[in-house]
Design a protein around this ligand. Structure first.
Ligand SMILES: NC(=O)c1ccc[n+]([C@@H]2O[C@H](COP(=O)([O-])OP(=O)(O)OC[C@H]3O[C@@H](n4cnc5c(N)ncnc54)[C@H](OP(=O)(O)O)[C@@H]3O)[C@@H](O)[C@H]2O)c1
Length: 249
């Protein structure tokens, strides 16, 4: 596979301490970028650092803050501005949720999942999109729950949040008009706290590489796309510059 090229670039991974975020951070570092990761918990930055190869972790910069609130995201943006701006953002914020059937769980439970799983996508984009330099890229990660035909009652709130996330990202793409480029990767794979989960059709490294590719000048013509990444050969075609119709949404 061709490694995406981001030498000299500065990227930020919102949610970079998480299961998917780790692979985004690792791939962006392998592509040569300096990578900023905000977190509410410094211990999570240290765990992320400990998982990275020693020759990569020196280009990781942790930032203290909460990207999931408007005030917290503004504080993170101020720190990023002081560090000189961004060439790429990858957002893997928010977490999976499963609970009692959606109506039985009640409105407060629904509201708390929507607030926790959807709002951070707004606050992160509102604060970080303006910091992207010309030619920059903003890429979000989403899951299949908002796209499948059969929606289980226990995953109703997260399915609603992820479907709304996708519509929000497409609206932001329309607003930027392509500079920065704005895309969403829907990951049909399973990542856990210790890496790729058994049975996952895709390895986290391949997901990370496609996220780094979407962040790089090699993807300069990709904007406003919802990329459903399902198979290793699809990832390979994208990285080799041989994407077929449907590979990129
Ligand atoms: N894991 C999978 O197999 C999988 C599959 C398909 C799609 N996805 C999607 O990928 C994204 C990330 O999943 P994940 O498994 O990596 O989740 P995760 O391990 O829980 O990590 C998410 C990260 O986002 C930050 N975060 C979470 N909720 C937040 C909030 N309300 N406000 C601010 N920051 C928040 C946290 O950072 P700090 O605590 O450090 O601040 C956390 O490390 C989700 O959108 C998920 O739907 C995941």
């Amino acid at each position: 596979m061709n490694t995406p090229q981001l030498a000299g670039a500065t990227a930020l991974v919102a949610g970079g301490t998480g299961n998917v975020g780790y692979f985004a951070v690792d791939a962006l570092l392998r592509a040569g970028a300096e990578v900023l990761v905000p977190s509410r918990d410094p211990a999570k930055i240290e765990r992320l650092r400990s998982r990275l190869a020693p020759d990569l972790e020196s280009r990781l910069l942790g930032l203290r803050g909460d990207i999931g609130t408007a005030a917290g995201a503004r504080e993170i943006a101020a720190q990023v501005r002081d560090a000189g701006g961004l060439d790429a953002v990858v957002s893997t914020v928010t977490s999976w949720h499963q609970g009692p059937p959606v109506l039985a769980a009640g409105f407060d439970a629904f509201r708390s999942v929507i607030e926790a799983a959807l709002y951070p996508h707004f606050t992160a984009a509102e604060a970080l999109v303006p910091l992207l330099r010309p030619g920059g890229a903003y890429t979000t990660v989403n899951g299949p729950a908002g796209f499948v035909d059969q929606v289980g009652a226990q995953v109703g709130p997260i399915a609603a949040a992820t479907a709304a996330q996708n519509r929000l990202v497409l609206a932001i793409a329309d607003e930027t008009g392509g500079d920065p480029r704005v895309n969403e990767l829907v990951m049909w794979a399973y990542m856990g706290p210790n890496g790729t989960r058994p049975g996952s059709p895709l390895r986290g490294e391949a997901v990370g590489d496609v996220l780094a590719w979407l962040s790089s000048p090699a993807a300069k013509d990709v904007h406003g796309a919802t990329v459903h990444l399902r198979q290793p050969d699809q990832a390979q075609r994208i990285l080799d510059g041989q994407a077929r119709q449907g590979d990129l949404g």
